[in-house]
Design a protein around this ligand. Structure first.
Ligand SMILES: [Zn+2]
Length: 370
């Protein structure tokens, strides 16, 4: 088992190919690929998290609560455990099975992890919805407003959150929409120096929603008017509406397109990248602490993701049934769990060259097969 003392005296080295390497027992660099062969951004997220941690550290003089967060974030993502499985033709796949996490809202690593687990829960809830209301469809609604100036983020989130709830209570909305979910998305526009806050929502509608004469269909221009009324503004806000593909086409189970749409919905409300710059001179990621401070306070205690209507009831039912046990990664059929690889984060002298290196391999079987 890994023991922190074993690595405390270690010193990095420059290899013949010029690449920095931690040396010692640390072996290969982490190379975690998705099913489509795309590299997962563990390294970049660890570097972004460090930039955010440093910004919290600088904010310590404003309020001690930020210092406590910096402390919590300092160990987040320092060690990852990956379960490696192999099939009989030698194909290897690995899944993250355990990690050290801080659970801070603005930690890029924890955000990615939470989005992944929320995605799983959403798939379950959506499939249950299709089962309970056969033939129902989902539409995807994006509601926007003009940008909020720096310093006005909290007020803007309050305004849109209240406006959305108001709109869902109207008869016109309630007659056409059975239920759904909404999430906020906040982006920082560095050129205009303003926050762009918008809402993404999935609305489940009955099977005859699109039928002529049913009186249920809401046209895009009407959505814009509804949202304008809900916001109480004098301009016509931009609203986009499309149908969600892959929902209800193949019975209760979500198709590939439907799963992809769910993953998109589970994304986190903020992109830390908006506030982080890469400084080519120092090779470091730097986070603007004034923005982080505003974002942190605006998000504190706020529900960025919410369910409403029938989907809210389904979600509550599923939560009652489901147990809280931590799920072990499941491998596809034919794959056998052979070992668990432990990766530790190593800071390189030039910070941007830092990476995860394998420090231990724990075999499931007594005799290692390789
Ligand atoms: Zn974290």
């Amino acid at each position: 088992m890994w023991n922190s003392d074993r690595f405390s005296s270690y010193r990095g080295q420059q290899r013949a190919d010029g690449e920095w390497h931690p040396g010692g027992v640390a072996g290969q660099r982490l190379k975690d690929l998705t099913r489509r062969g795309k590299r997962r951004r563990w390294r970049e997220r660890r570097l972004e998290a460090e930039a955010i941690r440093q910004a919290y550290e600088r904010l310590k003089r404003v309020d001690a609560k930020y210092g406590a967060l910096a402390e919590r974030m300092s160990t987040c993502g320092n060690i990852h455990w990956f379960d490696v499985a192999r099939n009989d033709v030698g194909v290897e796949i690995s899944r993250l099975s355990k990690t050290i996490s801080c659970n801070c809202r603005n930690c890029p690593q924890c955000q990615a992890r939470k989005a992944y687990s929320l995605g799983g829960q959403l798939v379950e809830a959506v499939q249950e919805m299709i089962k309970r209301v056969p033939g129902c469809r989902a539409i995807f609604l994006t509601l926007t407003a003009i940008n909020a100036l720096q310093g006005a983020l909290e007020a803007e989130l309050d305004r849109q959150s209240e406006a959305f709830t108001r709109m869902t209570r109207w008869v016109r909305f309630g007659r056409s929409v059975l239920g759904g979910m909404r999430r906020f998305e906040i982006t920082w526009n560095a050129i205009a120096r303003s926050w762009h806050v918008h809402i993404h929502a999935w609305l489940f509608v009955p099977h005859d929603y699109g039928r002529k004469g049913s009186g249920l269909f809401i046209q895009q221009v009407e959505w814009r008017q509804l949202w304008q009324k809900a916001l109480g503004v004098d301009y016509l806000p931009n609203v986009w509406v499309t149908s969600v593909r892959g929902v209800g086409d193949h019975g209760p189970n979500l198709g590939k397109a439907g799963r992809k749409a769910v993953a998109e919905m589970a994304k986190y409300a903020t992109k830390p990248g908006d506030m982080i710059d890469f400084d080519a001179n120092s090779g470091e990621y730097v986070c603007d602490e004034t923005l982080l401070c505003e974002l942190h306070d605006a998000l504190e205690g706020r529900r960025m993701f919410a369910f409403f209507g029938q989907l809210k009831d389904i979600r509550a039912d599923l939560n009652e049934d489901g147990d809280e046990a931590v799920e072990r990664p499941k491998f596809p059929p034919g794959f056998v769990h052979v070992c668990t690889e432990v990766y530790a984060w190593y800071w390189a002298p030039v910070r941007s060259q830092s990476d995860y290196f394998c420090i231990d391999r724990q075999y499931v079987v007594r005799d290692p097969p390789f």
